[in-house]
Design a protein around this ligand. Structure first.
Ligand code: NAP
Ligand code: ZN
Length: 347
């Protein structure tokens, strides 16, 4: 075992604080990574505050990890010391079920998540990326192109793939009218990808102050979702709406904007249920409400390669880890442009 440092929550009300712990020595198929940057996802806040009811403590959050390979196991063939790499929300899966076979490890019943999850190697708990180093099976490590800025790449490992994957699954492209609900970490990547795929992109926001930024990020139109007249101008016109909002709200306002056979895809995971949606809104135009979870490892690599080719990264505010608790408060106020990224050199 190797000693390392991170920041942890010790219970669901305590602020994050320095924490010393141990990582395993690399096994034959493991890659040891010095973490340089880690993004701050709203899921980290949900879990630190036990809003999903499944938290175990102490918890070292963080699943938007980038860094450099410092050591490899004897059977590692895909990486070498010094490579720039990433780790997202998963660190293992069963490898044999239909989901793993189809490169959709995120839907494997035995997917192992990066933190707040039992560690099958130690019998303890997985600790995430708000830390100096991590050891991960090579099959769950991503190559990061040297063309990409590392700090701005970190959020691609969760916010990026979580928006890229549903846009690809629903074949979004030229000629499609796509909505993105919420301009935060996920939302700003949703705009960038939908725009890059050639769609006509409309951002729905509760924050009028974000209109100019949304257009700069690639939105063709911006709608203030609290304004019923503005919403009514878009009735029954969307092919697809990606909803990233982290709080319960009325979904009918958005299903009403879908064309026949259109889909409202939920990726935000509020702590309380949304009000039950209107069945009438769905059946009269065969509309769907769907959900999507991150993306598989193969697709995450495809997304990172797409970003390198098209020069896409996240808009980030880089912070020292000592200000993480203030950063959480700002995320909760929707006051971040558009992802905080921790510089682990500060630890
Ligand atoms: P975020 O940066 O906080 O962005 C969420 C945005 O939603 C806010 O910027 C705000 O945008 C809007 N919003 C917040 N509260 C709202 C409210 N009460 N009513 C309407 N809009 C509101 O969060 P994030 O990191 O993008 O994560 C978003 C959600 O996705 C979280 O629940 C997270 O856990 C979940 N998530 C899911 C997956 C998955 O695989 N499905 C992966 C990662 C994260 P405006 O100011 O523009 O209104
Ligand atoms: Zn996340």
């Amino acid at each position: 075992m190797q000693k390392t440092q991170g920041y942890a929550a010790h219970n669901h009300t305590s602020p994050l604080a320095p924490f010393n712990f141990e990582r395993r020595d690399p096994l034959p198929n493991d890659v040891q990574i010095e973490i340089l940057f880690c993004g701050v996802c709203h899921s980290d806040i949900h879990q630190v505050r036990n809003e999903w009811g499944n938290s175990t403590f102490p918890m070292v959050p963080g699943h938007e990890i980038v860094g450099k390979v410092t050591q490899i196991g004897s059977e590692v063939t895909q990486f070498k010391v010094g490579d720039s790499v990433g780790v997202g929300c998963m660190v293992d899966s069963c490898g044999v079920c239909p989901e793993c076979h189809d490169h959709l490890e995120q839907y494997c019943n035995n997917a192992e998540f990066t933190y707040n999850f039992p560690d099958k190697h130690s019998g303890g708990t997985n600790y995430g990326g708000y830390s100096k180093q991590i050891v991960v099976n090579q099959n769950f490590v991503l190559q990061v192109s040297d063309k990409l800025d590392l700090a701005a790449t970190a959020p691609l490992l969760c916010a990026g793939i979580t928006t890229y994957s549903p846009l690809r699954h629903w074949n979004i492209g030229k000629g499609d009218k796509v909505g993105v609900v919420g301009l935060g970490g996920l939302g700003h990547m949703g705009i960038k990808f939908a725009h890059a795929f050639g769609a006509h992109v409309v951002l729905f926001t509760t924050s009028p102050s974000k209109i100019d930024d949304a257009k700069r990020l690639g939105a063709d139109e911006v709608v203030i979702s609290k304004n019923p007249e503005e919403m009514a101008q878009h009735l029954a016109s969307f092919d697809f709406i990606l909803n990233t909002v982290a709080a319960p709200h009325n979904l009918d306002a958005f299903t009403a904007l879908l064309k026949r056979d259109g889909t409202l895809c939920l990726v935000g995971v509020p702590d309380q249920p949304h009000p039950s949606p209107s069945v009438g809104n769905l059946i009269f135009k065969r509309r769907s409400i769907a959900g999507s979870l991150i993306g598989g490892i193969k697709e995450t690599q495809e997304m990172l390669d797409f970003c390198a080719e098209h020069n896409i990264t996240s808009d980030v505010e880089i912070i020292p880890i000592q200000t993480i608790n203030e950063a959480y408060e700002r995320v909760l106020k929707s006051d971040v442009k558009y992802r905080f990224v921790i510089d682990l050199a500060s630890l």
